[in-house]
Design a protein around this ligand. Structure first.
Ligand code: NZQ
Ligand code: ZN
Length: 393
């Protein structure tokens, strides 16, 4: 197990009615004038936005609203938010929604206090030294942005989707009411579950030996998601399954199950190219990329971790004489699960008819200072092309 440093500053308020604490929580973290930032309309239609504004009014928090965040959030709205914060001297960002609204809010929070162009943070030119405080109200169990140190934004003019991972990104609080996820379309619930699993597996598939605690945490989260996701999809108003998914989303990506080991990250980097260029749902993109990554790894990495995954997560029998057969059975059961919740498994099923494989492979970000991506078996451009060919069916 590697040495690590882990500080999680986010205060979680979980359960029915959590969103009504918004005003009180902003005040607790020193906010007086909030930018309320939300998505394309679900928070308005469900009445959530109205309830939240009521809570802010009751706590005496002044507010300005900026809706319209689209999935795979773009830089244009971030610039608009930064301008509003400056013009109206706002001191707190409240994001309502999923990874897209929260990430757009995070970029505004850091960009508003920076003299230069906020994109400098995403293209590696600068790192933020300070940021406005941000709280969030989660409406989809998926990206884990509610307590992660990540923020992912797409530059519309170049279709470059880039991430910024810094501790300043972690929200001050996350209000998490599973009932808010009842209105999600089944496809989004399934894409969210797929993303949660990918966050866990990016950590699980590590070459770090002696990581038993985090290995078993990872396996427990995976098994819980496999159990809860079909129930949540079939019964949109089932509290317990939605609650399991919501907490899984959080611990899958705030590094609770990743400390002491190296995050592989290759599947996410490849998927970010896909969703940057083709604007697909991030979780659905991972349903195509992650199984292909596993199949590629099976032919390039000794199989013991894939066997462990097959046995402990998917209930496969160990085949001592042919461990790779057992590993493949695990991959097939994972794929069958994804299919059963309505996820695509090929680029075509994802809606990408003629993928520009070379462009995706060339654009995929590398491990800093290297020409390879990921750590389990690092992938160069040719390897990423092979993976995408597997994903192309
Ligand atoms: O915009 P609205 O109208 O709210 O609709 C959204 C959107 O269309 C809808 N939705 C959300 N909650 C709903 C709802 N519809 C009905 N009822 C509700 N309760 O769902 C759609 C997807 O929302 P989005 O916020 O895009 O989902 P998600 O949480 O999957 O976020 C995806 C983004 O997060 C990034 C992804 O790359 C992508 O850009 N990620 C962020 C990470 C982070 N910051 O830690 C890590 C992830 O790996 C990921 O890269
Ligand atoms: Zn993700």
């Amino acid at each position: 197990m590697l040495n690590f440093s882990f500080h999680l500053p986010t205060q979680f308020e979980f359960g029915t009615g959590a969103e009504r604490k918004a005003g009180e929580m902003i005040a607790r973290f020193g906010g007086k004038r909030a930018l309320v930032h939300y998505g394309g309309g679900s928070a308005v239609r469900s009445g959530l936005l109205a309830r939240v504004l009521e809570s802010l009014d009751a706590a005496g928090i002044a507010h300005v609203e900026l809706g319209g965040v689209m999935p795979n959030p773009r830089d244009e709205l971030v610039y608009q938010g930064i301008q509003m914060v400056r013009d109206q001297q706002l001191d707190f960002i409240l994001a309502i929604g999923g990874g897209s609204s929260i990430d757009s809010g995070k970029a505004i929070a850091a960009g508003a206090l920076y003299d230069g162009d906020f994109w400098d943070f995403f293209c590696g030119k600068a790192l933020p030294e300070t940021a406005l405080p941000l709280g969030c109200i989660l409406t989809i169990a998926a990206a884990g942005s509610e307590s992660s140190n990540s923020c992912v934004i797409t530059q519309a003019s170049t279709q470059q989707k880039r991430g910024l991972n810094v501790e300043l990104n972690r929200p001050r609080f996350a209000l998490m009411n599973p009932e808010l996820t009842y209105t999600l379309p089944a496809y989004q619930t399934a894409a969210g579950a797929t993303d949660i699993m990918a966050h866990v597996m990016e950590r699980y598939f590590s070459n770090e030996p002696e990581s038993d605690v985090t290995d078993r945490l990872c396996e427990a989260i995976l098994c819980s998601v496999v159990k809860a996701a079909p129930i949540a999809i079939e019964n949109p108003n089932d509290y317990d399954s939605h609650a399991q998914l919501m907490w899984a989303s959080t611990i899958a990506h705030n590094n609770t199950c990743g400390v002491g080991r190296v995050f592989d990250g290759a599947s996410h980097k490849i998927e970010h190219e896909l969703s940057g260029i083709y604007d697909v749902a991030h979780g659905a993109g991972l349903a195509v990329v992650f199984p292909a990554w596993l199949r590629w790894q099976l032919t390039h990495h000794e199989p013991s971790k894939l066997v462990q995954f097959a046995v402990r997560v998917w209930g496969c029998d160990i085949d001592l004489g042919h461990p790779e057969r057992c590993a493949m059975q695990g991959i097939e059961r994972y794929e069958a699960f994804l299919r059963s919740i309505g996820m695509p498994l090929t680029l075509r099923e994802l809606g990408i008819e003629n993928p520009d494989i070379q462009r995706i492979a060339d654009g995929t970000r590398r491990n800093p200072g290297t020409d390879v991506c990921g750590f389990f078996t690092p992938m160069d451009t040719a390897a990423i092309v092979e993976l995408l060919q597997i994903a192309n069916g």
